[in-house]
Design a binder for this molecule. Structure first.
Ligand code: KDG
Ligand code: MG
Length: 405
């Protein structure tokens, strides 16, 4: 019998262009597994939660008991849920699944029940300072093979639209040593969006899946109005139109539009989407492995969603490390109600720090056949890039009122 006791756990914080927090767990029989613990803009809280509060209870536990360990850290904390706690639990969970699959000498998706599809359909980002820029970016992504593309453009007369890069740098929202202040105007955005969608459909037709992220900036009635105005362009989904703390607000949007709705990148628990799912107020749940309790909890969310015809559409921005991406691809491949997966490629340097088995071909990603989740960390290289404080921006209306972002 292998000795599956956990004998070591450590947190690795590295910043190869942006911050990532990684948990590494080692067992007595010499296996190790890694999990992503990155919480954009609040990275060190999760690092401390793991080191100060999880590690003392983790050492000596049986790495094979994944569900029991999940329950232990969820119930045992007394203070349930929340992004910091759930990211820490996710990191432990993913590291343990990695170890179990390595011990079984199987790619993780095989342990999760095997594949339900040939590959994972992913969507790319086309961002631009103008409609023409966006059209160029859509064309480039189509050439790369993407079948689904999210479009975000600067809104004329609005200083900061969501998802648009500043200057020539690749889009990276956490870009300030203090939070940058953005200025926003909803009526201008609502008037502009049909023009953007129309231009994309006119140039590329209707075979391409087009997505858009509203990034929580609308009220429910504004969201309903946007949905109505974009229906004729048949978007694949409209994401995060309104904040979802109040799950009932989606009922109002639903009464007015048949546009598919996606929400949940900031969710960390099944209870954040219980009503959204059971009342079929959304079509895609965007919760993700690293922020919603790992593979164990995401499987629970997906199974619940499956009962109500809600599909998954996990968050996959660059602040989720390649470890999260690898784990997500195994999960996506193995569940029946997968919808789509976001793919925002990491920089070459990040890919060097996190060597991985996953691949992209012709619009589909595949997690690869390496035992475990197939992502590793080069600790020597990681040590060369120390943590750099970086905040997400805050958003204000033009009169200075603090708004949603
Ligand atoms: O950490 C926040 C980012 O991940 C977020 O701004 C990206 O909204 C986002 C998306 O849909 O990728
Ligand atoms: Mg989003």
């Amino acid at each position: 019998m292998p000795d599956t006791r956990i004998i070591d756990a450590k947190v690795i914080v590295t910043s190869p262009g942006r911050n990532f927090v990684t948990l590494k767990i080692t067992t007595a029989d010499g296996l190790y597994g890694i999990g992503d613990a990155t919480l954009n803009g609040r990275e060190l809280s999760v690092a401390s939660y793991l080191q100060d509060h999880v590690f003392p209870c983790l050492i000596g536990r049986d790495a094979d008991r994944i569900e029991d360990t999940w329950q232990y850290f969820y119930r045992g904390a007394y203070w349930r849920r929340g992004p910091v706690t759930m990211s820490a639990i996710a990191a432990v969970d993913v590291a343990l699944w990695d170890i179990k699959a390595k011990r079984a000498q199987m790619p993780l998706y095989q342990l999760l029940g095997g594949r339900c599809r040939e590959g994972v359909t992913v969507y790319a980002h086309a961002n631009g300072h103008s409609i023409d820029d966006v059209l160029d970016s859509v064309a480039k992504h189509r050439e790369l093979g993407y079948k689904a593309i999210r479009v975000q453009a600067a809104v004329p007369g609005v200083r900061d639209a969501y998802g648009v890069p500043h200057g020539d740098k690749p889009y990276e929202p956490a870009d300030g040593t203090l939070p940058r202040e953005e200025a926003w105007n909803t009526p201008k955005y609502l008037r502009f969006m049909p023009k953007l969608m129309d231009a994309v459909r006119t140039k590329f037709g209707f075979d391409l899946s087009i997505l858009h992220d509203g990034h929580h900036r609308l009220t429910p009635i504004e969201a309903a109005s946007l949905g109505k105005s974009l229906e004729e362009f048949q978007p694949f989904w409209l994401e995060d139109l309104t904040p979802a703390e109040n799950q009932e607000s989606f009922r109002l949007i639903r009464q007015h539009t048949t546009v598919p709705l996606a929400v949940g990148e900031v969710f960390n628990s099944i209870f954040d989407c219980q009503r959204l799912i059971s009342e079929q107020l959304i079509d895609y749940i965007r919760a993700t492995i690293v922020h919603a309790g790992g593979i164990t909890h995401m499987r629970r969310i997906a199974s619940f969603a499956d009962l109500y015809n809600v599909k998954t559409g996990s968050h996959g921005a660059t602040d989720l490390s390649p470890i999260c991406m690898g784990a997500a691809l195994h999960f996506d491949l193995s569940i029946p109600n997968f919808g789509i997966q976001e793919h925002m490629p990491h920089t070459a340097l990040t890919d060097e720090v996190f060597p991985h088995a996953y691949t992209f071909t012709n619009g589909l990603m595949h997690p690869g056949e390496a035992p475990g989740h197939g992502v590793d960390i080069d600790e020597t290289l990681a040590a060369k890039f120390p943590y750099k404080r970086a905040y997400l921006p805050v958003c204000r209306l033009e009169d200075g009122t603090l708004h949603n972002w």
